[in-house]
Write a protein that binds this ligand. Structure first.
Ligand code: ZN
Length: 273
């Protein structure tokens, strides 16, 4: 059965500095012609045309769209897909303030649900950290994990603490994926990953190394987020400094949650051990 599992990559056609070459969406078609799309893209006409022709070629019909999380590049295409495929249902884990921006009726998906997709069960895993509503989809028969924005090969994932991101949760989600021993990761950005253990362990080790650098910077007397970021990311292009500060903030919030760092009283962006 796992040999028949053959997710079809459909590009969302939205390349940008934030999305890289653009988002990957994945179409799973079962032998009976029922099809499931993982992630909705942004509603680009070329994505909709590719989807329509992939369904037609396979004599398939779109039954549901599973959205990994509410960020626009994954969810905002849902209304356009719904207009083209009125019988399809749309599902994600609820994130009320984000979900409200799309005129959609979302079905609620949560941890542990099992869906029939592409001819085999797909298990829903709640994997927060990049966003609070983030889901991964696990096809155990082929040991394939649809990882949304948990990993991007060759790059690191943004954790926006001011927008629901949480580094403690993110690292726990990576550990969870690693423990399931997947054979293939299919991320929403970048190429498929055929050596998941090495990539996931590398991600975890990279974050631990960054954390040690943040602790060293605090020890050296740097207290502001800006000074800590400058001490770690020497000579970084100014355009990338905001992302570096956001990353430092994510580490400081993690250290705070673990009782290792604290905000300097009365100073918004200053910290100490
Ligand atoms: Zn995202």
């Amino acid at each position: 059965m796992s040999s028949a599992f053959n997710p079809l990559l459909l590009s969302a056609h939205n390349p940008s500095p934030m999305t890289g070459a653009g988002n990957n969406t994945y179409l799973l078609v079962a032998e009976d012609g029922s099809a499931v799309l993982i992630d909705a893209g942004v509603g680009d006409a070329r994505h909709l045309a590719d989807l329509a022709s992939a369904l037609e070629t396979r004599h398939a019909r779109l039954e549901s769209v599973l959205v990994t999380h509410g960020h626009r590049d994954h969810a905002s295409g849902a209304p356009a897909i719904a207009r083209a495929h009125p019988a399809a249902t749309f599902a994600k884990r609820p994130w009320p303030q984000e979900d409200a921006q799309y005129a959609m009726e979302w079905r609620a998906l949560d941890e542990g649900a099992t869906l029939d997709a592409g001819g085999g069960p797909l298990v829903v895993l709640h994997t927060p950290g990049h966003s609070p509503d983030h889901l991964a989809f696990w096809h155990q028969a082929s040991r394939t994990m649809f990882t949304g924005d948990l990993v991007v090969y060759g790059s690191s994932v943004m954790i926006h603490t001011s927008a629901g991101g949480d580094l403690v949760q993110y690292m726990a989600s990576l550990e969870r994926l690693l423990a399931l021993e997947p054979r293939v990761l299919l991320p929403a950005h970048g190429p498929r990953i055929d050596h998941p253990a090495r990539v996931l362990s590398g991600y975890l080790e990279h974050r631990r190394a960054r954390e040690r650098q943040v602790i060293d910077a605090l020890r050296a007397g740097h207290t502001s987020v800006q000074a800590i970021a400058e001490s770690i990311y020497h000579g970084l292009a100014p355009a990338l400094m905001a992302a570096a500060r956001e990353n430092v903030r994510a580490h400081l919030e993690k250290l705070k949650a673990e009782g290792l760092a604290t905000r300097v009283t009365g100073e918004a962006d200053r910290w100490r051990l």
